[in-house]
Design a protein around this ligand. Structure first.
Ligand SMILES: [Zn+2]
Length: 304
């Protein structure tokens, strides 16, 4: 778990006597929600005698959990995020079969005499049938089962699922803690990439790893041949457009995309282009001709 989320874990600890059946860990991408949810799961499964020491990291339960084979823990993720045995054409969503298989887990008794935990990540990557199947479990929660849902798009969850969960918000951390953590990771230009990541440290780390490519795209955006680059291009255009809009409003740059302050004029055109680029980023998940698509979004940029 990342150091900036310790206060959130502490606040969870303070309320642990009234444990909900389902917790929705939500917040922007790249703030460490998954690691926090994993720590909460480990905390709940830890068998250390003294509560203050949980998770201890050394008991059998902790060791099984950390090795990924605790018998009372289930992790539901799209195939594309699986660590081993990834199928040939991995699915990007949590399938209904995965949710159905949960029944076997939640309705048998616990192996260790404690709680059983189900972690769903990302919980919004579920189609309606899978979500409905999950909803049934949430409506009549089996005793001793805790659901941990992790999501950066809680708005895409069924409202009926959201309403069954207690929300645990994970915000963007204070800039100072983010920068000191990034420095500890050996990141160069940490301020720039943290700004580009909208303050999310784990995103900043990813961007810094691609620094040369991203700096190139930002300096001179051009059509791309392959689909993996397309998302990077659409994101760069989106963030540049937002910075242009801020600039036209006389506000400072937010994403440090490199434009000069006060140079852009047509705030509304830039804003609506930024929204279009948000939609384009989602479209890049689908098979399409990268060259045509990138040429098209580049041509649509406002001129001033
Ligand atoms: Zn332990």
């Amino acid at each position: 778990m990342h150091p900036w989320n310790q206060p959130i874990l502490d606040s969870f600890e303070a309320r642990i006597a009234r444990l909900p059946h389902a917790l929705l860990v939500h917040g922007p991408r790249g703030v460490g929600k998954l690691a926090l949810a994993e720590r909460i799961a480990q905390r709940l499964l830890c068998e250390a005698a003294e509560a203050a020491r949980r998770p201890c990291g050394t008991c059998n339960a902790c060791r099984w959990f950390l090795a990924g084979n605790h018998p009372d823990f289930r992790r539901l993720e799209p195939e594309i995020l699986w660590k081993d045995e990834v199928p040939d054409k991995p699915s990007r969503i949590i399938k209904i079969d995965q949710v159905r298989e949960l029944a076997d887990f939640t309705y048998v008794t616990t192996h260790r005499g404690g709680l059983r935990i189900v972690l769903l990540h990302p919980a919004d990557e579920m189609q309606v049938p899978a979500a409905n199947s999950l909803l049934k479990s949430l409506e009549e929660p089996p005793a001793g089962v805790i659901f941990l849902l992790v999501s950066h798009h809680p708005d895409r969850l069924l409202a009926t699922i959201r309403s069954r969960c207690v929300a645990l918000a994970v915000p963007v951390p204070p800039r100072k803690s983010a920068l000191s953590w990034l420095a500890g990771q050996g990141v160069k230009d940490a301020e720039r990439w943290l700004a580009y990541a909208g303050g999310a440290p784990l995103r900043a780390l990813e961007y810094a790893a691609d620094a040369q490519i991203l700096a190139g795209i930002l300096a001179s955006p051009a059509p791309v041949e392959d689909r993996d680059k397309l998302e990077q291009l659409a994101e760069a255009l989106q963030k540049t457009a937002l910075d242009k809009a801020f600039s036209a409003f006389g506000l400072p740059s937010r994403y440090q995309t490199g434009g000069k302050a006060g140079t852009a004029q047509n705030a509304h055109a830039w804003l609506s282009y930024a929204r279009a680029m948000g939609r384009s980023r989602r479209l890049t998940q689908h098979p399409l001709n990268a060259r045509l698509f990138s040429a098209e979004i580049l041509a649509a940029r406002p001129k001033t």
